[in-house]
Write a protein that binds this ligand. Structure first.
Ligand code: PLP
Length: 352
């Protein structure tokens, strides 16, 4: 049994769209794709008059080196959101298959499932927001084709131990693809589980340049998985997913000086996380600050609505978590610059 047997048969059988660039690579005079022969005004050498490489070799190379996987195990797209959508479309038949998630968690898994017409199986995290592997396995039905695990979790902030991922991957073998979303792993001590994909063919990992790499506006994220899963998703991906300026921005961020800058930013975020956590915990009206390994803190208040409004009136927007299960008294505060964080503290009544 291959993990591809879990995918929709009609997707496996699909003849993908064949773009002009795919049919004939190379050549000096490009007259096969109805592009403009002239660069646009203000192009600055980006070559935006040409369709971009569907999976730019230099970017794939940089990402595979960064994440420690083979180039054929990387699919790069418009944020990890696109990979989530592609996975659900490739693996879930409308009205038949399902996705399993553990609330409170990132909302896109459920949204993509609903858009596809797939079912949603919800297995709440344990009371301390850790993953309950036994509960996930107990809730598994034959319909579940994808299990999304967010580590560190958004919005609670905790990572899932690699042991639990390994156990889950083993138990799901032949039954479902386990997708570990590591959007915040750069801020965590836990480390990535990307190295396990060679040992578990039903394991996939989502990574993004939107958080630690400061590129949310460029929309670059990827899926790391078995080469045949990557190849399957490429069949249903639109032909030119990555705009040339975004690829250029990603390559700059992943260069040696870009990586050094990212390390500095990550260290600054982690230092602010400690400082903010300690200070917030002492504030009147703050009940608790959840342990976080991400670039945000989930904070419980005596009156979260009042705290939200107070911050809002001071021009500070945070995320209201009150509709999330187990977080009815909480706000999620992204860690900003030290000056921005000081404004949060001052507004919430900390003495300078
Ligand atoms: C922010 C976030 C993402 C990132 O999505 P992109 O589409 O790559 O910007 C993915 N998963 C989680 C849990 C997130 O919080």
């Amino acid at each position: 049994m291959s993990v591809l047997d879990l995918a929709r048969a009609e997707i496996r059988a699909l003849v993908p769209y064949s773009s002009a660039r795919m049919e004939a690579a190379g050549g000096q005079v490009l007259l096969n794709a109805n592009e403009s022969a002239w660069a646009p005004y203000g192009d600055q050498g980006l070559g935006c008059h040409r369709y971009p490489d569907p999976q730019p070799a230099a970017l794939i190379q940089a990402l595979s080196a960064l994440y420690g996987v083979a180039a054929a195990q990387v699919l790069v797209g418009r944020g990890s959101d696109e990979a989530i959508d592609l996975l659900v479309r490739a693996f879930c038949r409308a009205g038949e298959d399902a996705v399993l998630v553990q609330p409170p968690t990132f909302g896109m898994y459920a949204v993509c499932a609903r858009v596809q017409g797939a079912g949603l199986v919800e297995v709440p995290l344990a009371g301390d927001f850790t993953l309950d592997v036994d509960a996930v396995l107990a809730a598994l039905t034959p319909a579940v084709k994808l299990v999304f695990v967010c580590s560190p979790n958004n919005p609670a902030g905790q990572p899932v131990p690699a042991m639990a991922i390994r156990r889950l991957a083993r138990a799901l073998a032949g039954r479902a693809l386990l997708v570990v979303d590591e959007a915040y792993v750069e801020f965590s001590d836990a480390g990535s589980v990307a190295g396990l994909i060679d040992h578990h063919e039903n394991l996939a990992v989502l990574r993004t340049l939107s958080k630690a790499w400061a590129l949310a506006g460029a929309r670059v994220g990827c899926l790391l998985a078995q080469a045949d899963v990557i190849a399957l998703l490429r069949r249903i991906m639109p032909p030119y997913p990555l705009p040339s300026p975004c690829v250029a921005a990603a390559l700059a961020a992943l260069s040696a000086p870009g990586q050094a800058a990212a390390r500095e930013r990550i260290a600054a975020v982690c230092a602010e996380r400690e400082r903010m956590g300690a200070t917030l915990r002492r504030l009147p009206g703050v009940r608790d600050v959840l342990p976080s390994q991400a670039n945000f803190l989930a904070v419980r208040f005596d009156d979260a609505g009042a705290a939200y409004r107070r911050l809002f009136e001071a021009g500070i927007v945070v995320r209201d978590l009150r509709r999330y299960p187990g977080l009815g008294d909480a706000l999620r505060i992204t860690l900003g610059t030290p000056a921005e964080n000081d404004r949060v503290l001052a507004t919430l009544g900390a003495r300078p």
